[in-house]
Design a binder for this molecule. Structure first.
Ligand code: ADP
Ligand code: MG
Length: 244
């Protein structure tokens, strides 16, 4: 078997006296789409943040393509440059055009040449239906368009893994579809994705594997058909009954 793209081993995280992640093991393979589900507060966002080194961990290890990125000697910025991240709130810079938002990190962090970054960004925006928006400012875009721009920014430099945290939960319902379409397209292109979402029907459709978290523990994981239709654990069944 090939080396996992990203792998958590025995990851523990505590805030004060609150154990938020209590020994998470999770391994994600190339081109795999893993969807984290679980109640609010179960630790999904914290897990994604530890994978991007936004939060440090108290115990365990996280590997990116075999390299222990939780080793204190590691170059955290170098690691983050290999991981694409999109959060609930789009975090586009209001004073920069779409094109400048999309290319800023590619140029500043990745050292991509400006002309190359701009050409690639225009092409990507074009193929993703945002070509006409390249020179607009974010406030001229709908929430769904802004979130798609944030995703384009995250994938411009071809990250090894994409971490998506509730990327549709700040959007009006009618704007959710266009963002999910983009995730479908990235999956089709072979992206490796770890995503937290409340969109259960989308999770079922797009996930290769569903991971159910409760109180910082992976209670159950498996293909969507198994986890959704024949959960092995009572806690999973109870959670699904509440959200469906
Ligand atoms: P989820 O994304 O599944 O809703 P989170 O990972 O955001 O869960 O949160 C898990 C738990 O950790 C929650 O109880 C939350 O209040 C707590 N938590 C998250 N971030 C912090 C923080 N920076 N400081 C203190 N507690 C936090
Ligand atoms: Mg969260």
């Amino acid at each position: 078997m090939s080396v996992p793209v990203i792998e958590a081993r025995g990851v523990r995280k505590r805030f004060g006296d609150h154990d938020v992640l209590r020994g998470i093991d999770l391994s994600v393979g190339t081109h795999e789409v893993v969807v984290l589900i679980g109640a609010s507060g179960s630790g999904k966002s914290t897990l994604l943040k530890t994978m991007n080194l936004i939060e440090n961990i108290d115990d365990g290890q996280i590997f990116l393509v075999g390299e222990d990125i939780t080793d204190p000697r590691v170059d955290a910025d170098g690691v983050r440059a290999r991981i694409g991240v999109v959060f609930q709130h789009f975090n586009l810079f209001p004073h920069l055009t779409v094109l400048d938002n999309v290319t800023l990190a590619a140029v500043r962090v990745h050292g991509m040449r400006k002309a190359e970054a701009r050409a690639k960004a225009r092409e990507l925006l074009e193929t993703l239906g945002l070509g006409a928006k390249a020179d607009e400012y974010p406030d001229r875009l709908s929430g769904g368009q802004q979130q798609r721009v944030a995703i384009v920014r995250a994938v411009l430099t071809q990250p090894e893994v994409l971490l998506l945290d509730e990327i549709t939960s700040a959007l009006d319902p009618q704007l959710v579809g266009e963002v999910l379409d983009l995730v479908r397209e990235l999956k089709r292109q072979g992206a490796t994705i770890v995503m937290a979402t409340h969109e259960m029907s989308f999770a079922r459709e797009v996930a290769d594997r569903i991971v159910f978290l409760e109180h910082g523990v992976v209670v159950e994981q498996g293909p969507p058909s198994q986890v959704f239709d024949a959960p092995q654990e009572a806690a999973t069944a109870e959670f699904l009954a509440r959200v469906r």
